[in-house]
Design a protein. Structure first.
Length: 141
């Protein structure tokens, strides 16, 4: 299967604001509750655990561990507005040091090359022409 195309540099507009910082490589921004310590992604307005609104945005580490994954083989229903024609893509949850699990696209869509526990890094990929989103790709040794 064809991996998602890497973005040109610099990338275009994001699918949503506040998902990642402008660092190189990009790092996802998570919210850390200053009252109870819970992390969440994306940065929430209030903590899902204790309802506090005292949330600090923090860079997640550049790499994490693939916690689970699947391959999206059919076009999702609206509000999906990704690139046409639809192409299957990997999707998974990445564990960032036990702080938070983040769902996102995987650059790899071949199930033979995906494994729970593999090290992945955050990258940016084209979501639809001119718009970018974060994704995860295997860390090369
Ligand atoms: Zn909290």
């Amino acid at each position: 299967m064809t991996p998602l195309a890497p973005p040109p540099s610099p990338p275009g507009p994001a699918v949503a604001d506040g998902l990642w910082s402008d660092s190189d490589p990009p790092r996802l921004l998570a919210g850390c509750c200053r009252d109870c310590g819970a992390y969440s992604f994306p940065v929430p307005d209030a903590c899902a655990r204790c309802s506090s609104v005292d949330i600090a945005a923090e860079n997640l580490p550049p790499t994490g561990t693939l916690w689970t994954w699947t391959v999206q083989r059919f076009q999702p229903k609206e509000p999906f507005d990704g690139a046409e024609p639809f192409a299957p893509y990997g999707v998974g949850y990445v564990d960032f040091g036990g702080k938070v699990l983040v769902e996102g696209r995987l650059v790899e869509s071949d199930p033979r090359r995906l494994a729970i526990g593999m090290r992945v890094e955050t990258c940016l990929v084209m979501y639809r022409p001119g718009t970018y989103t974060y994704a995860f790709r295997e860390v090369q040794p």
